[in-house]
Design a protein around this ligand. Structure first.
Ligand code: 7HP
Ligand code: MG
Length: 180
């Protein structure tokens, strides 16, 4: 186990199972879609999106966005800026935002307002992880992989200060790493 991990919450097999359950639901719900546009929110969603999309049986298009949310490295304040926007219109499309983790929900609320204004046929969200008790907004996420406790997690795309994204598991970061 990585020395900066306090505990592993989900190992590779558990992550695979969570993703398959999400894919089964999405495949069922979008079975009649002409094309499902997945919008991955970089950087954190890149591994989740890669594994999820390969379990989908519906026609998909892959797009990416990047946003900056302002606050400390372990919390977000709610101020959001779009750094990388979609290159193509989404009007009339079935759109599914793909996130790694929903914490306060500020970033997601901003994304839903921004993409919702572009008149998609449908707009839903899937997130691998959600910290239900941390939610500070009224966003609803239709496809949640798993709810987690109020701990700072890393791995499988999730970072602290751009580190640990490469870890194959999802675990809790030792406080000693960020409370020096
Ligand atoms: O626990 C967490 N780990 C990594 N990134 C984020 C963002 N919000 N919450 C996080
Ligand atoms: Mg994210």
């Amino acid at each position: 186990m990585h020395p900066d991990l306090e505990e592993v919450l989900f190992d590779e097999e558990q992550i695979k199972s969570i993703i398959q359950t999400l894919a089964d639901r999405i495949n069922h719900d979008y079975k009649d879609t002409e094309c499902l546009m997945l919008v991955g929110i970089l950087k954190g969603s890149f591994i989740f999106m890669s594994d999820l999309v390969r379990k989908l049986t519906v026609p998909v298009r892959l797009e990416f966005m990047s946003v900056s949310s302002y606050g400390s490295a372990t919390t977000s304040s709610g101020v959001v800026r779009i750094d990388l926007d979609l290159k193509k219109p989404i009007d009339g499309k079935d759109v599914l935002i793909v996130e790694d983790i929903i914490d306060t929900g500020h970033t997601l609320k901003y994304l839903l307002e921004s993409l919702g204004a572009r008149k998609p046929k449908s707009l839903e969200v899937t997130t691998l992880l959600q910290k239900k008790e941390a939610l500070k907004t009224d966003v609803t996420v239709k496809y949640v992989g798993v709810d987690i406790p109020l701990k700072f997690v890393i791995g499988y795309g999730l970072d602290y200060d751009e580190r640990y994204r490469e870890l194959p598991v999802i675990g809790v970061l030792r406080e000693s790493v960020y409370k020096k």
